[in-house]
Design a protein around this ligand. Structure first.
Ligand SMILES: [Zn+2]
Length: 158
């Protein structure tokens, strides 16, 4: 579950959009790399004592993915680091495929996706930009550097 110091740290990076998800990872001691996580994979979170961040972990995102997709992957792996740390530690790594399935339960993946959305698209910040006149779905997605689909889900639009 979310721990308080984690929430506060995340919040400190949510003062303007787009939220700098790589800096959030670094703040938690996780280094972010781009590369090839394997065929059909979006990214992985793994123990990396030599090249990892202060926590001894790294996230590898698929360099071939779009910018917004890479951002979502980083946020999703940060979420696994928080919510499912024991599972990650036991195995030493987790790999998510393009559908964000890592072998954990559907519930756990949904938790990670929910927290990823909370990281990238904090509701108070969305409200702030909407008050500034940014109402259009595409504009909001662009402002937050997320996919149109992710913003659509966040706003509850069918
Ligand atoms: Zn996952």
């Amino acid at each position: 579950m979310y721990v308080d110091w984690g929430e506060d740290t995340i919040r400190s990076f949510q003062t303007a959009a787009p939220v700098d998800v790589v800096e959030i990872a670094r703040a938690f001691g996780i280094q972010v790399w781009e590369g090839d996580p394997g065929p059909g994979m979006a990214g992985k979170l793994f123990r990396d004592p030599i090249n990892g961040g202060d926590a001894g972990y790294s996230i590898l995102v698929n360099a071939a993915d779009s910018y917004v997709r890479k951002r979502f992957t980083v946020a999703h792996e940060i979420a696994h680091f928080f919510l499912h740390r024991d599972r990650v530690e036991a195995k030493g790594y987790i790999s998510d495929d393009v559908w964000y399935r890592s072998g954990m339960s559907t519930r756990e993946e949904a938790e990670a996706n929910r927290m990823a959305a909370d990281i990238l698209m904090p509701r108070p910040l969305i409200a702030h930009y909407r008050r500034q006149g940014i109402q259009d779905l595409n504009q909001l997605a662009e402002t937050f550097a997320v996919s149109r689909q992710a913003m659509e889900i966040r706003l509850g639009v069918d």
